[in-house]
Design a protein around this ligand. Structure first.
Ligand SMILES: [Zn+2]
Length: 356
């Protein structure tokens, strides 16, 4: 606990410094922006072909100098604030044991029940991808039981999805109709979207299918009027353009081929939700904690106090400390370098590129 308090005290210093720099910078920047904007306005108001008087030239020069000086001041502020940032790092080094072993444990998949679980996840992944024969072979070899129950929902979903991809709506419509109540309870638009595609399919054929299209609308759309009234209105609007074809009508967005891509996604998502399955395979899920957990992955070299770049990347020394390549080149003599922090001596070739 004491260790945390020490680090926290250093952090408070950093935060206070950053706060002060930030307030100051904002004030100065606003002043400069105002000034530049007023100069810009004067330029715009000046008559065309107006030549600058020596006095105006002077004012401009002063403005440019002011901007340069301010940038310089910000750079100095940034460099100075680095002292307190590196104190936090040193406080962490001094007060905590650096043991990274707990972040990667090789034993998590050891033991028969864990191997079994792992095989099960891999097997489900294959079912999910529609690779039934591979999954079955694996289940047999690994001695997995009760795979029949796991297999059925996936093989049904894959079969329907294959038909959807081939623009065959039948199986998906049957499935949606059979699960109507549960789908509605989850606020799903799947069934409506499927009917919409089938209706547009009839409309696309032109006046010869008009009677059929009207009949289809009468049979299927009333149940969706409450939730999809606007969409149904525009679907009905397409009937006006049957003679000329809806491609040349305000409704041509209904022919967008992306609607078929979308329906596959909607089906997969809603069907998985209904069956209590995750939409993506656990093996292919990337961990995404959302924008609030995205941090500024920038590394500033603690030695040169400048941000690293592709041409000057961060390098991890054998001891674990990280400095920029330029700093390493400056500190090294021959092919040996002494860590500026520990100071462990090592060969420069042992430094490893770090990726954030
Ligand atoms: Zn070191």
């Amino acid at each position: 606990m004491e260790a945390c308090n020490i680090v926290e005290r250093e952090l408070d210093v950093v935060l206070a410094k950053f706060g002060a720099i930030n307030d100051h910078a904002r004030r100065v920047l606003l002043d400069i922006v105002d000034h530049i904007l007023s100069l810009k306005k004067q330029f715009e108001d000046a008559p065309t072909n107006h030549e600058l008087t020596p006095e105006q030239i002077n004012i401009l020069k002063q403005a440019i100098n002011k901007v340069r000086e301010t940038v310089q001041l910000f750079l100095t502020d940034h460099r100075v604030s680095h002292n307190s940032v590196s104190k936090v790092g040193k406080a962490i080094d001094r007060n905590f044991v650096s043991d990274f072993a707990s972040t990667s444990r090789e034993d998590v998949f050891l033991g028969p029940d864990k191997v079994q679980l792992l095989n099960q996840v891999i097997c489900q992944h294959f079912y999910r991808q529609g690779m039934l024969d591979i999954a079955e072979e694996l289940a047999k070899e690994a001695g997995l039981k009760a795979e029949e129950d796991n297999k059925e929902p996936f093989s049904e979903l894959n079969r329907i999805l294959d038909c959807l991809k081939a623009q065959d709506l039948g199986p998906a419509l049957d499935w949606a109709c059979a699960h109507r109540e549960n789908l509605l309870a989850k606020n799903s638009s799947l069934e409506f979207k499927l009917h919409r595609l089938r209706f547009v399919g009839l409309i696309k054929e032109g006046p010869s299918r008009q009677a059929e299209a009207v009949q289809y609308a009468r049979t299927h759309f009333p149940q969706f009027v409450q939730r999809h009234d606007k969409e149904i209105q525009s679907l009905m609007g397409t009937l006006l353009f049957l003679p000329q074809g809806i491609r040349r009508s305000p409704y041509n967005h209904l022919l967008d081929p992306n609607l078929w891509v979308e329906i596959c996604d909607v089906f997969t998502r809603d069907a998985c939700m209904l069956l209590g399955l995750s939409v993506d395979s656990p093996l292919s899920i990337k961990i995404d904690l959302g924008p609030e957990c995205t941090y500024h992955s920038v590394f500033a070299c603690p030695i040169l106090r400048q941000q690293c770049s592709e041409s000057n990347p961060p390098l991890r020394l054998v001891c674990g400390h990280v400095i920029s390549r330029d700093a390493l080149n400056k500190l090294s003599s021959g092919n040996k370098v002494k860590c500026p922090y520990c100071p462990v001596e090592m060969s420069t070739a042992d430094a490893r590129h770090v990726y954030f």
